[in-house]
Ligand binder design. Structure first.
Ligand code: GLU
Length: 507
């Protein structure tokens, strides 16, 4: 087959109608992986021919989301390339030419039906469809005498161009994931391809013309576009482009976490997870929707999580870098069945990626978190705390409640812990410990450990009593890493000061 030698060129072609849904991010990711795997190109096209659904800021949002995620495009809006413009609203003249081509070859026709006439037809006939069975009764260039069509055009009557669908043909969509999907053309309607009112094509025409002109080899997109595919196949035929028709791959739906139905924004609101990559504020209502970035997910975690929603490597491996994914990804291993949006897994991935990052890499985010909470400290100290505590959190932001005590001395002491851990002998023992600590020159973890342990042994104290009471004094409650980690981090002066204050309050 000639097609197998085509260079791989795939596209992600969102319509700027709002924030990019997480399912769209997965579609883009799979296109990206497929392109990289095959040494191909990934194109970013904006499909903005439906002016009624245009939302300002959506395009910039989408671009920002991919920048954050680290998904690069090779060509397209804001990336350049020699097959542009890549924004469909800038390609009107191109589409007009192709609409004319279909009209000239009798594959499309003009329809003058007003919205009222269409509504009346729908009311009169149950399940009305504009097709071979009904078009003869409507006001279009096939049903009207030529002079009437000419007159309407001259008058400047509003019209649309409809695709002439021949009934009774078997249409085959070859889908890499789903195999052969057969459909009879009789179920299709004569889709509107172009509207004279705004001189713009509809999605279907613009999409096909652009895929052809941009030499797209594979169309990888969400399952929701599968119903459009038979029409697209017919359009390729009508243009005579069958030989270069892209191969289709319709990705499985993202399902609600319980698997019952399609994932929606409401599921996210209800269960507390984002369905958008970045936070989004609706320009009209001002409503804000949460995003993975603002919720504290690492981009690597989001990508890894999404990669496994609908594709699996056929092995037990779960952690994949983008490079590894690009190596092992294949459309053949994508499933037909919908993928449950197991958002807890996203949290798990975030934890794993936090563990994988070096302390240094996580430090800037932790420093920001500290600054937000009014703590001004050095990179060194922030980094040290990250190292002690990162294994305990799923998100960097969770470090604050766990780590506040490193930077802010406790002013109150948790009652329950006091009742349990502050014993009768504690004040005396802690006074002694203060003396012991004061005499230590090497206040490192090891330096303290040796001396304090020797003291505990010589006094035959219980290790637990000492450590628990000491912890309460430095932390204010019963949590935190090893005591010597804490005291070494605080340093001798701060350690002794905290102990002194605690004794005043507790003794
Ligand atoms: N503009 C469509 C969308 O918003 C593109 C569908 C396709 O990839 O063909 O998803």
């Amino acid at each position: 087959m000639a097609t197998s030698f085509r260079p791989v060129r795939v596209r992600f072609a969102p319509s700027p109608t709002g924030p990019l849904h997480i399912g769209g991010v997965r579609t883009a990711l799979y296109n990206y992986l497929f392109a990289r795997k095959h040494g191909g190109k990934l194109i970013f096209r904006i499909e903005d021919t439906d002016s009624s659904r245009f939302v300002p800021g959506a395009e910039a949002y989408i671009l920002e989301a991919f920048r954050w995620l680290g998904i690069d495009f090779d060509e397209g809006v804001s990336f350049g390339g020699d097959k542009g413009p890549y924004r469909q609203s800038e390609r009107r003249d191109i589409y007009k030419e192709y609409v004319q081509q279909l009209l000239d070859s009798g594959k499309a026709y003009l329809a003058f039906d007003t919205p009222e006439e269409l509504a009346a037809a729908r009311a009169a006939t149950p399940n009305f469809q504009y097709d071979a069975t009904t078009r003869g009764t409507m006001r279009n260039s096939l049903a009207l005498p030529d002079v009437e069509t000419a007159r309407l055009l001259k008058e400047g009557a509003n019209y649309v161009v409809r695709f002439l669908v021949e009934p009774g043909q078997d249409i085959v969509v070859q889908d890499i994931i789903r195999g052969e999907v057969h459909i009879n053309s009789s179920v299709l309607d004569d889709k509107v391809l172009f509207k004279a009112a705004d001189e713009l094509p509809t999605y279907h025409l613009a999409n096909i013309v652009d895929d052809h002109l941009m030499e797209i080899s594979h169309v990888i997109r969400g399952e929701e576009w599968l119903p459009s595919a038979p029409l697209h196949v017919l359009l390729y035929r009508a243009f005579g482009w069958e030989d270069t028709m892209p191969q289709f791959a319709h990705l499985p739906l993202l399902l609600k976490p319980d698997g019952k139905g399609k994932l929606s924004k409401r599921d996210g609101d209800r269960l507390g997870f984002p369905v958008f990559p970045l936070q989004w504020t609706d320009p009209v209502t001002g409503d804000t929707s949460r995003g993975y970035r603002e919720d504290g997910y690492l981009p690597e975690a989001v990508l890894n999580f999404l990669a496994l929603l609908g594709w699996n490597p056929g092995t037990e491996q779960e952690m994949f870098s983008l490079d590894e994914l690009a190596e092992v990804f294949s459309l053949e291993k994508c499933s037909k069945a919908g993928a449950k949006f197991d958002y807890m897994k996203a949290t798990w991935f975030n934890h794993e990626y936090i563990l994988q990052k070096t302390d240094r890499e996580l430090t800037p985010a932790f420093l920001r978190l500290l600054a937000d909470n009014g703590v001004d400290t050095t990179e060194e100290r922030a980094c040290a705390v990250v190292g002690m505590m990162k294994s305990r959190v799923n998100f960097v932001k969770d470090l604050w409640p766990l780590c506040e005590f490193f930077f802010v001395a406790p002013t109150a002491y948790d009652e329950k812990t006091v009742r349990k851990r502050w014993k009768e002998q504690s004040p005396e023992q802690m006074r002694e410990l203060m003396d012991v600590l004061a005499g230590i020159d090497d206040f490192s973890i090891r330096g303290q450990e040796a001396v304090v342990h020797a003291w505990i042994e010589s006094k035959e104290y219980k290790m637990g009593d000492i450590m628990n009471a000491w912890r309460l004094m430095l932390v204010g409650e019963g949590k935190g890493p090893g005591m010597f980690d804490i005291s070494a981090f605080l340093g001798k002066t701060e350690t002794l000061e905290r102990m002194k204050r605690a004794l005043e309050v507790l003794a």
